[in-house]
Design a protein around this ligand. Structure first.
Ligand code: 5BU
Length: 260
């Protein structure tokens, strides 16, 4: 059977990568395939949002370079919340440089991403050396990498042959645990797909974002995790109520997929 037809629990049991086993079993345990994209500007806002929504998500997606008052204590507090609420942390860094440079960016600098982010991602525009560089830092720490096989925004250029190259590189690099994209890309190994640009509140935004529904992404396209940002914490929203709504919608779509 296709991986999309198997339960997260069954895939967790069979998966060779310990981090993906942990991710898939967290999803099953919490009955959540929801990731929160927490694009807020301060440490206090990020911690408050993660504490509120934490019980409903499997992954917290961060952009730490947005946080005006980032410091090491933020990381310590995020890790405590990840333990308290049982979620993983995905720093959406989108590395895009040569292998030697991304090694320095991933392991060092102000953010020391490899020390705390279970998952990060990269563009493969520089070629396969970017994956090798990131793996040199992250593999020994049991981290995992997602390739940006597609993006959610209008006019994005990751299509066709470029997307296919992403899939080929992912299949042959064990540090790669999956993709950012809109669908399941391959059955060659159980690579996961996480999908941003999910929302029930709007068709898009003024800067090119495009939203699709959990039903399209999970039930029809076979993606594993929906990533929702402003649909949960946007102006006038109750983040807990919205997180519960997206979690229920994502899980219902997963259950429908298993019955297809
Ligand atoms: P939104 O508020 O749900 O639109 O936020 C979407 C988040 O996902 C935001 O953090 C983006 O940086 C991220 N994102 C995206 O929207 N589209 C993509 O293709 C990728 C990431 Br990759």
């Amino acid at each position: 059977a296709s991986f999309s037809q198997k339960t997260y629990a069954a895939r967790a049991k069979e998966h060779p990568h310990p981090l993906v086993r942990e991710l898939l079993s967290t999803m099953e345990r919490k009955q959540s395939n929801l990731s929160l994209a927490a694009d807020v500007a301060t440490k206090a806002e990020l911690l408050a949002l993660a504490d509120l929504v934490g019980p409903h998500i499997c992954v917290l997606k961060t952009h730490v370079d947005i946080i005006a008052d980032f410091d090491a204590d933020l990381v310590a507090q995020l890790q405590a919340l990840a333990a308290k609420h049982d979620f993983l942390i995905f720093e959406d860094r989108k590395f895009a440089d040569i292998g030697n440079t991304v090694k320095l960016q991933y392991g060092g600098g102000v953010y020391r991403i490899a020390d705390w982010a279970h998952i990060t991602n990269c563009h493969v525009i520089p070629g396969e050396g970017i994956i090798e560089g990131l793996a040199e830092v992250g593999a020994a720490k049991n981290r995992g990498l997602l390739l940006l096989a597609e993006m959610s925004s209008k006019g994005m250029l990751a299509t066709g042959a470029y997307t296919d190259r992403n899939v080929e590189m992912a299949v042959r690099n064990p540090f790669v645990i999956g993709f950012i994209g809109s669908r399941r890309f391959t059955e060659e190994r159980d690579l996961i797909t996480m999908t941003p640009g999910v929302g029930l509140h709007a068709a898009g935004d003024a800067l090119g974002q495009q939203y699709r529904t959990p039903e399209t992404i999970v039930a029809e396209n076979g993606s594993d995790i929906i990533i929702v940002g402003r649909g949960i914490y946007g102006p006038g929203k109750d983040p807990v109520a919205e997180a519960q709504r997206y979690r229920a919608a994502g899980w219902a779509a997963y259950e429908r997929r298993l019955q297809r």
